[in-house]
Design a binder for this molecule. Structure first.
Ligand SMILES: CC(C)=CCC/C(C)=C/COP(=O)(O)OP(=O)(O)O
Length: 540
């Protein structure tokens, strides 16, 4: 038998965490929190009255809802917003007057699960079936149509055309726009509303709204206060997570990526509202474990060690720990203990049964990681279809959804039963995750000596060139977004679950922006986002 010191392991050289012990000290400022809360309460009442005011016309109402969402304060008014949208929809009182408002209504209604037809855009085409050229003088209209196009589902061909049309014109008009519009258009070209996280986008939107001549001061004030108050809560959670992490032997390991802060940011993207505090903390711990175990399989363990680990996971019993080599004892013990802690915590809510679902998904995930490791070990390259069957699971999406719902009280046995059969909404998010990840990590995986990469397997099965494979994988992601948009309209799944699936798909747009692996290398894209969300409060 080869001794531990003789084993040659791949060197990965992941960059260290950007954050050191930055988030380790935190004091909750009760006085500030009380001050914020008091004013927030008053402002909420004021805004609630505006929302239900029957004298405000439809377009203004929809604009108000859009503003609340952009400023990330709509969660305070969920019931009122649903009521208002229902009333407008039932009474068919949509405003048809111009492209801006038609596209805005379309986006808002689709985002809220109303199956509004894309035929509403037919009237903006000329006799040749092209979008009317004169529309291009209406920047707000073109931008609104561009954002609406991201809600497209299968068969919405007019929105496919709209996307090409608007993108082309927005890029062309960009240099000649006023500074404020220029900012908004470049931002949208980089991060669309539908594919962005509401909370991440809030800060940019607040800065734009602040300079909007038509702004409502109450909305702006609420947005700022709420931003700072939530930031305090999030910092406190992060502090707790860091304490958990630092107390683990696992945190002393040097081989895996230390991405605890980025993992928390990912959870924050899934749910930022205060009532999800426990869910966020649990989700972060699970994400951290997936990351460490992914690195264990991809970049550290030998095939023999990984076999022992995989078998032990299938048995899920702490007594199995003795069969494992030292470092895997730590990984295994941490995972088992963590789920025991979840169980104890959820016992208090009478929901400890949900942990069993998470465990089942862990067993499945580890088996698939092992299959991947075996392929790597043998230099085997599967056909793309065979690869995808396994690789959809290694996106961790099938584990993530039940794990994200651990701390969500309204996720019932029925919710979990529904998820067992891998519904299309979850498969869609897994497809998006897999192909976006494969495109972004291709170079690094090749350098690591991976044979069975998504790109290579595609090239093998279809005799395609590398460029064609990249293009095809991008197309697959767009196609899966249409599946996802379609499923969101069916309302066959509790909204709380559906939103998590959508937010996970959005994560890919954010973390892997411009085909770069922002999770492994968070400096460029994620760092500024994390600073603005979790470090700097907004000036009041
Ligand atoms: C984005 C977040 C928070 C993900 C959770 C951690 C995780 C499993 C990362 C895998 O990245 P990878 O690119 O190494 O995945 P794979 O090995 O499947 O390609």
């Amino acid at each position: 038998m080869v001794s531990q010191s003789e084993i040659v392991r791949p060197s990965c050289n992941f960059s260290p965490s950007l954050w050191g012990d930055f988030f380790d000290s935190f004091d909750w400022d009760q006085k500030a929190a009380e001050f914020y809360l008091q004013e927030i309460k008053e402002l909420k009442n004021k805004i609630r009255c505006m929302l239900v005011d029957t004298s405000i016309d439809v377009s203004k109402k929809v604009e108000l809802i859009d503003t609340l969402e952009r400023l990330s304060i709509s969660y305070h008014f969920e019931t009122e917003i649903e009521e208002q949208l229902n009333q407008i929809f039932i009474n068919s009182t949509l405003d048809q007057s111009n492209l801006y408002i038609v596209a805005l209504q379309f986006r808002i209604f689709r985002q809220h699960g109303f199956n509004i037809s894309s035929d509403v855009f037919n009237k903006f085409k000329d006799g040749n079936g092209e979008f009317i050229e004169a529309l291009t003088s209406d920047v707000k209209g073109v931008l609104s149509l561009y954002e609406a196009a991201y809600l497209r589902k299968h068969g919405d061909d007019i929105l496919e055309e709209a996307l090409t049309f608007t993108k082309y014109h927005l890029i062309k008009m960009l240099p000649n726009l006023s500074p404020s519009l220029q900012k908004q258009v470049s931002h949208s070209l980089d991060q669309t509303i539908h594919r962005g996280w509401q909370r991440t986008e809030a800060r940019f939107n607040i800065s734009i709204y602040e300079n909007d001549e038509t702004k409502n001061d109450s909305l702006l004030r609420l947005a700022k206060l709420d931003y700072n108050l939530l930031q305090m809560l999030h910092k406190q959670e992060l502090h707790e997570i860091r304490r958990w992490w630092k107390n683990l032997d696992l945190s002393k390991f040097t081989y895996p990526r230390d991405r605890v802060i980025e993992g928390y940011y990912a959870s924050l993207g899934m749910y930022f509202e205060p009532q999800y505090s426990l869910a966020r903390i649990m989700a972060t711990k699970t994400l951290v474990m997936t990351s460490v175990i992914d690195d264990t399989f991809d970049a550290y363990g030998t095939i023999e060690e990984l076999k022992l680990f995989t078998d032990a996971i299938q048995r899920w019993n702490i007594e199995e720990i003795d069969r494992l080599p030292g470092y895997l004892k730590t990984v295994y013990g941490t995972l088992i203990n963590l789920h025991q802690e979840y169980e104890q915590e959820l016992e208090k809510q009478g929901r400890s049964y949900v942990v069993e679902h998470a465990r089942a998904r862990w067993k499945e995930l580890i088996q698939c990681y092992f299959k991947e490791a075996t392929w790597f070990n043998k230099g085997y390259m599967p056909q793309f279809d065979e690869y995808m069957e396994n690789a959809l699971i290694t996106t961790v999406c099938f584990l993530l959804i039940p794990a994200l719902l651990l701390g969500v009280g309204s996720a019932t046995r029925e919710t979990y039963d529904f998820l067992i059969n891998n519904p299309r909404i979850v498969t869609a998010m897994a497809k998006i995750s897999r192909v976006i990840d494969d495109v972004a990590t291709y170079k690094v995986e090749k350098e690591r000596g991976q044979v069975a990469t998504g790109i290579d397997c595609y090239m093998k099965q279809y005799g395609a060139s590398k460029e064609e494979a990249f293009e095809k994988l991008h197309e697959m992601a767009e196609d899966a977004w249409k599946d996802l948009n379609e499923e969101l309209l069916k309302k066959s799944i509790p909204n709380e679950v559906a939103i998590r699936a959508l937010n996970q798909a959005r994560l890919m747009d954010i973390f892997y922006k411009h085909d770069q692996d922002g999770y492994t290398n968070p400096e460029k894209v994620l760092k500024p986002q994390i600073i603005s969300l979790l470090v700097d409060p907004i000036d009041l």
